[in-house]
Design a protein around this ligand. Structure first.
Ligand code: GRG
Length: 298
């Protein structure tokens, strides 16, 4: 799960990932009014070993705008909670019906279906509680709430998931596929980059560049995810592979082939990095994060 191509970045990313995990652990210590089994299931899913990519984007976009980690940690955890909820619900039998995630049995296998649905509901709700409580000033909290809610809503994450389910066993055009990828994956990346800038007090031009950076990076990330579903190893990915083909899903490699998919992913990365040009050396860690994921194995 390591993200980072050189020792100094690896250390920086690992240190930030540890801060994210400590904060997620603190947010998932509940009072006794939260049923024990529900709390256990929330921690099982939220603290499972993932890459923590979306919260890292928040923290590194914040750094690009010369912000302080403390100002962005709440927003970083909020976006990871939305992501974790979407994975738990996506794994349910009514959706992608997966038994392994992040190297462990999925939530509904380890606990039960009702608990998995409630874990998703709880994480989705808590994400917005955190934005309202731990992001300051109130105006920034409001803008982050608006952007994250839009990215997680019916026209983006949830809409992308609905379109993805409806597209099973149907050959999509490349535009239709890209529209699903934008909604299902890129929207959360874009919101993460936006929130990093917003919590550092970035101006509208900077947050617009960051949002577009996140969208393009997310699209490229999803194309690599499609390639990994075909060529990756279950042990590296911590989940089953070949799922797209099994469920009759259109993917980049299936529509345009592996080489063209890799070219497209690299072109998107170049475009994404173009949006960081105005930030100077403060965005070097964010650039390094992007580079480190181009040839990822998990
Ligand atoms: C159920 C509302 C709802 C949405 C589900 C996230 C999602 C939409 C489906 C999961 C399957 C999938 C391929 C999603 C695309 C986004 C993606 C590549 C998720 C995996 O993200 P990683 O690799 O996961 O960052 P980790 O485990 O490292 O956090």
């Amino acid at each position: 799960m390591a993200v980072g191509s050189c020792p100094s970045n690896l250390t920086q990313f690992d240190t930030l990932r540890q801060r994210i995990d400590d904060q997620l652990a603190a947010y998932s210590r509940f009072p006794s009014s939260c049923p024990e089994r529900l709390g256990d299931a929330i921690r099982y899913c939220l603290l499972a070993p993932g890459k923590r990519l979306r919260p890292l984007i928040v923290l590194l976009a914040n750094e690009a705008c010369c912000g302080r980690v403390e100002s962005a940690l709440g927003a970083a955890c909020a976006v990871e909670m939305i992501h974790a909820y979407s994975l738990v619900h996506d794994d349910l039998p009514a959706m992608d019906d997966d038994t392994m995630r992040r190297g462990r049995p999925t939530c509904h296998i380890q606990f039960d279906e009702a608990t998995a649905i409630l874990v998703g509901d709880a994480l989705l709700t808590q994400a917005f509680e955190i934005l309202a409580t731990d992001v300051q000033p109130a105006e920034t909290a409001l803008r982050c709430t608006q952007v994250l809610a839009t990215a997680a809503g019916s026209c983006h994450l949830i809409g992308g998931q609905a379109a993805d389910l409806a597209a099973e066993n149907r050959q999509l055009t490349i535009d239709e596929l890209e529209s699903i990828h934008v909604r299902k994956t890129a929207a959360l990346f874009s919101a993460a980059a936006y929130m990093g800038g917003a919590t550092a007090g970035a101006d509208a031009t900077q947050t617009a560049h960051l949002s577009e950076f996140g969208r393009l990076f997310g699209l490229s990330f999803q194309i690599v995810d499609d390639l990994l579903d075909v060529h990756g190893r279950p042990n590296d990915l911590g989940k089953q592979t070949q799922k797209d083909q099994q469920r009759g899903k259109s993917t980049y490699p299936q529509l345009v082939g592996d080489a063209a998919s890799r070219d497209k992913a690299r072109r998107l990365i170049d475009q994404a990095l173009g949006h960081l040009a105005t930030f100077g050396p403060s965005a070097d860690s964010l650039r390094n994060l992007v580079h480190s994921l181009i040839d990822r194995k998990s």
